[in-house]
Design a protein around this ligand. Structure first.
Ligand code: ATP
Ligand code: MG
Length: 575
């Protein structure tokens, strides 16, 4: 491909709308353009990178025995009513009517459609296991679409669904996918980690997320320093140490004035106690109803755990003015004693003796508050976010926290969908049984963004070789010089002849701007044909990632570069 004939609208300034680096660089390097909130056009380079990811995904899914198909993006409501998700999915599901007034949605995921296929087309245990996948555009009306390709409303996903006769088979299918995912992300050249995960709105019993490790990730992961345990903090269970049995004497409840003191630290300072002695009351809107959740003053509520404890669909923190409007509770002075709304508590709170809480009256707190005696939550559970002070839930070892970007998610679904939708097969013993299912997603477009979040510098993108739209960019630094131009053309066609993906920068631009664009685009190898060629017959090869430069005699350049690429790709092929 010739640069002069390719649409690569690079931008010098950082676009103001883009907060994260992958979004900034994808816009600046001319890979994508925004249509409107959460909707992007992939320009030629963006599409090439996307297709690189898709090709690796496809190869590894096929290798694992899955079969590719393509389902409609528009889905009829009746299937979703059968599974029960028409009610449950929430506003991320974009619903609409056709001209006959029938209800439809845009597919955010395809469990319903694939289960419908399975119940029609798979009749016998002899047809199992079957694993079907597609690479397709999904639509989710995300509450906060942002960060470009990281969280779009429309995005490209690979989704796969496995059907097995029993749990044992389903576990095997799951493990196969887990291995395929390891191969996929290794072959993409990414640094990643598989972690235990919450099952979210897809439902099911068991799941892992694949996380690209990057400081800018929206997810926090907890990793054990001593064993293999790694989990999303949404999932990581807090195991409390044995109660030490020291029984401090319970004091009577007392009211104290705490004027203007709304924050945990201020109240603690004022009363001469530690934040650990305070019972913090947080109000959440749980499926439209306000619920109070209690954690120790130095802890954070983990919203996903709260959602699971309450078997809720949607949980969000309530804004202060909303709390007052809906409950007449004074924010900053709230507490569990005689609270007029639903109350749940973190397990740790129930061990507290003589705690301090708000008195549900402006400027007032209570001391000597004792769970069980002074208040009784409707539910108690593990509600708080794990910290590095907690022990590993598996081995008790030390924990580290790190950030990650979720690029893949695999679930054991069990029979949730097959039972709801009466999807059965005839087993060996002649009995009709529901399929045991699994589902497996990869955010193909998010992988492109995640690769950039993990690999960039102040000059631009540093694509891992397997994902780069081109492997090599050849810079012709003498478009008006016949000898240099001839050599650049020759190197270009030599590389093409060797199967190398090469872009020839044949534009009539200053060397400085060619170097800048090559860096911005993130192409792994840059071969310059310029003054050193004219003088000494040498080509300068620069590696984008390390900045290392190598001088190659012109006659050997094509073969040399092709061999280096081959070698580098081999490293990630042999997983
Ligand atoms: P998230 O927690 O980031 O919203 P999710 O748990 O909703 O993700 P899944 O339903 O598991 O995501 O979807 C499978 C994969 O699709 C995810 O692992 C992620 O890589 C990708 N994905 C999900 N939502 C988006 C989005 N809005 N934009 C881009 N990719 C997405
Ligand atoms: Mg989501």
């Amino acid at each position: 491909m010739r640069y002069s004939q390719l649409l690569v609208p690079t931008i010098k300034e950082t676009p103001a709308e883009a907060e994260v680096i992958s979004h900034q660089l994808l816009l600046r390097a001319g890979y994508i353009r925004k249509l409107t909130s959460g909707l992007y056009t992939y320009l030629p380079l963006g599409l090439m990178a996307l297709q690189k990811v898709a090709a690796i995904v496809r190869e590894e899914m096929n290798r694992a025995g899955a079969q590719e198909l393509l389902m409609p993006m528009v889905q009829p409501a009746d299937l979703w009513q059968e599974s029960g998700r028409w009610q449950k999915y929430g506003p991320e599901l974009l619903r609409f009517k056709d001209r006959h007034g029938r209800d439809y949605c845009l597919g955010p995921t395809h469990e319903e459609v694939i289960t419908d296929i399975a119940r029609r087309e798979l009749q016998s245990y002899r047809q199992l296991p079957t694993n079907l996948y597609q690479i397709q555009t999904k639509f989710r009306d995300e509450i906060r679409p942002r960060f470009g390709l990281m969280r779009g409303r429309e995005f490209v996903m690979k989704d796969a669904y496995s059907f097995d006769a029993d749990d044992k088979g389903a576990s095997l299918s799951y493990e196969k996918m887990k291995e395929a995912y390891h191969r996929i992300f290794t072959r993409c050249g990414l640094s990643f980690r598989a972690v235990e995960a919450d099952t979210g709105s897809i439902g099911g019993s068991y799941s892992h997320e694949f996380m690209v490790l990057a400081d800018t990730g929206e997810d926090t992961l907890v990793i054990c320093n001593d064993c293999d345990y790694a989990a999303n903090v949404e999932k990581a269970a807090v195991v409390l140490p044995e109660a030490d049995g020291s029984s401090e004497e319970k004091q009577p409840l007392a009211r104290v004035e705490t004027p203007g003191m709304k924050k945990v630290e201020r109240v603690a300072d004022f009363l001469g106690v530690s934040p650990r002695d305070i019972i913090k009351t947080m109000i959440f809107l749980v499926d439209g109803e306000p619920v109070a959740a209690l954690v120790r003053g130095d802890r954070q509520v983990q919203e996903v755990k709260l959602k699971n404890l309450l078997h809720a669909t949607e949980v969000e923190p309530m804004a202060d003015d909303e709390v007052w409007k809906r409950t007449k509770l004074p924010v900053g002075y709230m507490g569990p004693v005689d609270i007029p709304i639903r109350l749940v508590a973190d397990q740790e709170v129930m061990r507290m003796v003589n705690g301090v809480t708000g008195a549900n009256e402006k400027g007032m707190h209570l001391t000597g508050v004792n769970p069980g005696r002074d208040f009784e939550p409707e539910l108690v559970g593990d509600l708080r976010q794990i910290t590095t002070e907690d022990g590993c839930p598996v081995c008790g070892g030390g924990l580290s926290l790190t950030e990650g970007i979720e690029v893949g998610h695999i679930f054991k679904l069990g029979t949730t969908y097959s039972k709801a939708m009466k999807a059965t097969f005839q087993d060996r013993d002649g009995v009709e049984k529901p399929f045991v299912m699994g589902c497996y997603g990869i955010g193909v477009s998010r992988v492109v963004a995640a690769a950039i979040e993990q690999n960039h510098d102040e000059n631009g993108i540093i694509f891992p070789l397997p994902l780069a739209p081109f492997q090599v960019i050849v810079l012709n630094l003498g478009v008006k010089d016949a000898a240099i131009s001839r050599a650049a053309e020759q190197l270009y066609s030599d590389l093409q002849g060797r199967g190398v993906e090469v872009l020839l920068d044949d534009r009539d631009e200053r060397p400085g701007s060619k170097f800048k664009d090559a860096d911005l685009l993130g192409i792994p190898y840059r071969a310059t044909v310029g003054k050193t060629f004219a003088k000494e017959g040498m080509i300068e090869l620069r590696l984008r990632a390390s900045g290392e430069t190598i001088m190659l005699p012109f006659a050997e350049a094509g073969a040399g570069i092709a061999a280096m690429i081959e070698q580098e790709l081999q490293k990630v092929q042999d997983v």
